[in-house]
Design a protein around this ligand. Sequence first.
Ligand SMILES: C[S@@+](CC[C@H](N)C(=O)[O-])C[C@H]1O[C@@H](n2cnc3c(N)ncnc32)[C@H](O)[C@@H]1O
Length: 136
Amino acid sequence: MLRKATRKANKANCKIELLHDDASVMHLVDSNQYDWILSTFLCCVMPDEFQPMALEQFSRVLKPGGKFRLLEMVYSKNRRIRRRQDFFSSFVEKVYGARFDRKTAQYIEESAELEITSKRFLKDDVYLLIEGIRKG
Ligand SMILES: C[S@@+](CC[C@H](N)C(=O)[O-])C[C@H]1O[C@@H](n2cnc3c(N)ncnc32)[C@H](O)[C@@H]1O
């Protein structure tokens, strides 16, 4: 992923700084730094016990009023698709570490600092787009 990101960063027409860090720790990132956090398919691969830690870091590094947008893979509400997801779930977890039943939105709702402003299911409900803001 970093190799891909480096290739793209080198072609970008703005300065991009890439950091390699654990999202649940973020020891390389100072507090109140960012206007936005965008994350795709991170929390669905992150074990549940690390998610509140990562969300705490998201709120720490966002400026007050900063926004976040997370795209995650989830169980579909469509029963046919859900059956297929069930069939492949152990393979998906073994190979990618991803699960369809992570409780990311719940952890955000429980967080004191973050607030969800919108939740949208996409693509036959197999993706969940969670948008929100750091309070304050
Ligand atoms: C399913 S991939 C998604 C990659 C990319 N965001 C995308 O949408 O194509 C999940 C990524 O999360 C990274 N990851 C998992 N746990 C992490 C953590 N605690 N801190 C930082 N990255 C993590 C993995 O290394 C992997 O690159």
